[in-house]
Design a protein around this ligand. Structure first.
Ligand SMILES: Nc1ncnc2c1ncn2[C@@H]1O[C@H](COP(=O)(O)OP(=O)(O)O)[C@@H](O)[C@H]1O
Ligand SMILES: O=C(O)C1=C[C@@H](OP(=O)(O)O)[C@@H](O)[C@H](O)C1
Ligand SMILES: [Mg+2]
Length: 192
């Protein structure tokens, strides 16, 4: 039995790059969907810059996401997130992984539409839960019943994420497989 992952073909990389053009590819979806991890690997495969909006927010504020929520609350965090993402989208092509709530903000969604292609990493609750319950870095899940909170967020947010340009099902397969599926979805998207 072989567990070797074939490298992504040059042809697929070139097709995906051509489809993206000067636009940004913006990863959206719920916590644990793999936006940060798959976004970074997709950028490596394409050889274009990567940025994670949460990481950038932490860099400019010199605070962690949890500290920001605790000190200023979610509303202030959203305002900062919207400003940071607007700036990040200004020079493409780039891969931008957003935090799960970013695409839900109408202004941010409009910026993403204008400057990029969005890809929703859609995932089932069990998949997300398995991944997020291992870490306590997500302030929205510091509730009495975090699994229920995640489910509530799914109900509220999935209809919005569904408006993304591309959708890829995030599941328990090797991350390289996810990257390949993202590139394949991108490659079929009409050029600008
Ligand atoms: N396809 C995958 N298979 C297994 N683990 C994954 C996969 N995609 C992401 N992960 C892991 O799940 C966790 C959450 O991923 P992350 O990229 O931080 O998600 P997000 O940024 O969407 O919240 C990380 O530990 C990551 O390595
Ligand atoms: O869903 C959300 O509202 C959030 C998701 C987090 O990012 P990830 O989706 O990368 O975990 C982070 O931005 C913050 O904790 C809020
Ligand atoms: Mg993330």
């Amino acid at each position: 039995m072989s567990d070797v992952i074939e490298p992504v073909s040059e042809a697929l990389i070139e097709q995906a790059k051509a489809a993206l053009g000067k636009r940004n590819l913006v990863f959206v979806g719920l916590m644990g969907a793999g936006k940060s991890a798959i976004g970074r690997m997709t950028a490596q495969a394409l050889g274009i810059p990567f940025v994670d909006s949460d990481h950038e927010i932490e860099r400019v504020s010199r605070m962690t996401i949890s500290e920001l929520f605790a000190a200023y609350g979610e509303e202030e965090f959203r305002a900062l997130e919207a400003r940071v993402i607007k700036r990040l989208l200004h020079s493409g092509p780039r891969i931008v992984s957003t935090g799960g709530g970013a695409y839900i903000n109408e202004r941010t969604r409009k910026h993403i539409k204008r400057h990029g292609l969005s890809v929703w990493l859609n995932a089932e609750l069990d998949v997300l839960w398995e991944r997020v319950n291992k870490r306590d870095t997500r302030p929205l899940l510091k509730t009495e019943n975090p699994r229920q909170t995640l489910e509530n967020l799914m109900r509220a947010r999935y209809p919005v994420y569904a408006g993304a340009d591309l959708t890829v099902l995030s599941r328990d397969v090797k991350k390289e497989v996810m990257v390949e599926e993202v590139l394949a979805a991108l490659a079929t998207f009409p050029k600008k």
